[in-house]
Design a protein around this ligand. Sequence first.
Ligand code: CO
Length: 606
Amino acid sequence: MGASPRPIKITEVVLRDAHQSLLATRMRTEDMLPIAEKLDQVGYFSLEMWGGATFDSCIRFLNEDPWDRLRKLKQKMPNTPFQMLLRGQNCVGYRHYADDIVERFVKHSADEGMDIFRIFDALNDFRNIATAVSTAKKCNKIVEGTISYTVSPVHRLELFVQMAIQLEDMGSDILCIKDMAGLLTPKVTFDLITEIKKNIKLPIHLHTHSTTGLAGMNIQCAIDAGVDMVDTAISSLSMGTSHYPTESLVAALQGTVHDTGLDLGILEEIADYFEEVRKNYAEFESDFKGVDINILKSQIPGGMISNMENQLREQNAIDKLDQVLEEVPRVRKDMGYPPLVTPASQIVGSQATLNVLTGERYKIITKETRGIVLGKYGKLPGPLDPGLLAKVTEDDKTIDCRPADLLEPEWKTVTTELGNEYTSEDDRLSYAMFPKVALKFFETRNHPMPVKSAPASKASQPAQESAAPAPAPAATAVAPAAHAVYNVKVNGRDYQVEVGPAGSALPASPAPAVATAAPAPAPPSLAAAPPTSGPAKEVVTSPLPGSVFSMKVKVGDSVNSGDTLVVLESMKMETEIKSHTSGVIQSISVKEGDKINTGDELLIIG
Ligand code: CO
């Protein structure tokens, strides 16, 4: 046929999406650095190493600075462009930030070593990526404008073509088709890329997960239709809910006009390395490893399944997984068919989980569900279910402007709140993204000491450690007489923790047991209540498992029906617990940060 060479370019996702999909995003920088120089020799188009969940996981679970990870890797990999996934106006968080935060986040990421910004909006409302796109362009970085691919009655081929044209007009350098759930089929892939190619001039980059087992065929069809770049994962962290293996694609294309030119020998060394590393994270492995064609029906992305598994396991409700998987598409339809990608995937997933765990649909509505229904995340692709809308909008109105237009600048608040204590751009941005988690992280980041191969205690389950490693065991220890040293396993890593009597000077942590107990407002017991208060007493219990995010009332406060009493955090979503009665707060049984289970007493209204 005599066609001229058209090598396929490869983006390796092992440092971001592969472990996000397979290992609950727990891979640590220390497991990345030893192989960084080797990765740099391969000649990838780019290496994806940052994205929403990795940033969050670093400070929430790993006690690691995500900015440090970026710089340390960059130092060892000067030749390979770094790529990140950016959630448009959400940056790497779960809500819309004001434009000043988005601009600073993108600029600082660019300054510290990011080269290619893959920017998407969960709803494909491109007003939500405009600020990030224009900032990355100003920084002279490469922008991948992204279509979040999904399947629904409203997502037709012509709609995707329109999106591609819009993204080209916005100044994208590359068009990315992001098939986060592995929903693409070979024929659709071919048609989609063929049609888009007819309408825009940009190179096209395909991101597709291998959950359904179709990824290899999809990639071949994408190549036939003229795709330019493809995401793959090194074989030892490929397949399942991850990506097609890098080596397989390299081997498949050898000797063809699409030959990638990558060296299988180097790739094999990298695969061997990650095969060993993967063992460190065995406890985070998803139960799902094979091929699941049902996903074409449920449309649940890889990362979302493993997160929901972890959440349900933590709540001793793993047997409910099938019910939750059935509830997800119903919730999605009610919400107007948002694509299941962060944050919509978390919002739909958490709401579906709550609907199942509470035994009643929308008995509890998370703050985020309320927000997406009200238009606070952008325009939903399809119509809302009137029943859900009515439950959410008793007094609120939906909005139709760009959500960030309603936000005041936030940077000044960030710097004021952090004061003189944390003044680096790194810390300020981490705080801007995740205020509470970041503050905890700032306190603990210098403390834990990794200890190799200490005996594993299975006590700490995945997501229970939203408190950083050190405090947890200290808080439960019953005041040992002298300092004692424990080996504790947290997030698959072993830590040495020193525990001493309350008040003793501990280098490891600011005596959390004391610190948290002290501010508790000496709860006036029920005896303090007027004896006549009698039968109107209402015990408010937790409708779901999670933790106490913030207390909105204190003992002695008067509340009316409908007032918010407590904000709970469950599955990273906030849920407001409202009063169903009027009265005075008689007692409070929990404090901010406490872990709670369904049915636990929160407070008593008399
Ligand atoms: Co992905």
